[in-house]
Design a protein around this ligand. Structure first.
Ligand code: C2E
Ligand code: MG
Ligand code: MG
Ligand code: MG
Length: 282
């Protein structure tokens, strides 16, 4: 295809690719170093009960700030680590850090952790996760794993085994970014989930777009029927929250309730909340 565009075009095209590759390689090197140096951190975003805003748990989100590159989004570096074959090392560090943080929280809130699709294709994942929990001392009942459909499509049998074995140990499974994949509804029949997270794309339009509202309404009704818990992602303002509450959505997450914060800030926030509850009961 590029041949037909003439020589000049090819040169520009390949130079762009070369630059991209150089960037990716630089990024990969920096990320590998950061993983080894334990410099990638887990931040935590609250997941609340929409009825009263009570915090029920936190989602761990990977954060990396490189000295030269600055803030790099996990939507960039997670796929890179997957592609270059070191997502296991990255994820193990993150799960350990997140589980340690969860153990220090004043209440037994759940910890939600994103599992990469690559990990869901690896039969060793179950043991890896359970042994990290065991070493840290976090009860598997407090862990929820967020997965997307990609892995379930490519390696269904292995994914099935991992999900079944982890659920038998008390770990819960959430279907992340629900509604954006190719055959979301089919997955609900093939796999057993505990929770569904409605993708931000629908939630962000819920007060302005009737179609989004109807889609969210239908997802909530379906989850009720299937005995699945529902979390709405990306709640950014009061109006979003009110609308979702009115639609009967059980849980929510988003900037309106809290942005992802580091371990120290999260711990401080929770202890402050505990103190207030205590004072209120005096
Ligand atoms: P995700 O699992 O769907 O996580 C939710 C994303 O939405 C997070 O982006 C979060 O910061 C963002 N978010 C939360 N509330 C709001 C809101 O009200 N408005 C808007 N605009 N955004 C909101 P983040 O942290 O950039 O992560 C992006 C994606 O990277 C995640 O999407 C997840 O797929 C992946 N990721 C992050 N951490 C990890 C990790 O430790 N392991 C793996 N495998 N993937 C991760
Ligand atoms: Mg997630
Ligand atoms: Mg999501
Ligand atoms: Mg909005």
């Amino acid at each position: 295809r590029s041949k037909r565009r003439g020589r000049g075009q090819i040169t520009v095209y390949s130079r762009e690719i070369a630059l991209e590759m150089k960037h990716a390689t630089q990024l990969e090197q920096a990320l590998r170093t950061a993983v080894i140096a334990d410099a990638v951190d887990a931040h935590f975003q609250p997941i609340v009960r929409l009825g009263d805003g009570a915090v029920l748990g936190f989602e761990a989100l990977a954060r990396w700030i490189d000295a030269d590159l600055g803030f790099v989004s996990p939507s960039v570096f997670v796929p890179l680590a997957e592609e270059r074959g070191f997502i296991d090392a990255l994820s193990e560090t993150l799960l350990r850090k997140a589980a340690e943080a969860a153990l220090s929280w004043p209440r037994e809130l759940f910890l939600s952790f994103n599992l990469s699709s690559v990990q869901l294709m690896d039969p060793g994942t179950t043991d890896t996760i359970l042994s990290i929990l065991d070493r840290v001392g976090l009860d598997p009942h407090r862990l929820e794993l967020e997965i997307t459909e990609t892995a379930m499509m490519t390696s269904a049998e292995t994914a099935h085994r991992i999900i079944t074995d982890l659920r038998a140990e008390g770990v819960k499974i959430s279907l992340d970014d629900f509604g954006t994949g190719q055959s979301s509804l089919g997955r609900l029949r093939e796999f057993t989930f505990d929770k569904v997270k409605i993708d931000r794309a629908f939630v962000s339009q819920i007060t302005t777009d009737r179609t989004s509202e109807h889609i969210v309404k239908a997802i909530i009704a379906m989850c009720d029927g299937l005995d699945l818990q529902v979390v709405a992602e990306g709640i950014e303002d009061y109006a979003d929250a009110q609308k979702l509450k009115a639609l009967g959505c059980g849980m929510g997450q988003g900037y309106y309730y809290g942005k992802p914060a580091d371990t120290v800030a999260t711990g401080r926030y929770l202890r402050e909340q505990e103190r207030r509850l205590l004072v209120a009961h005096l």
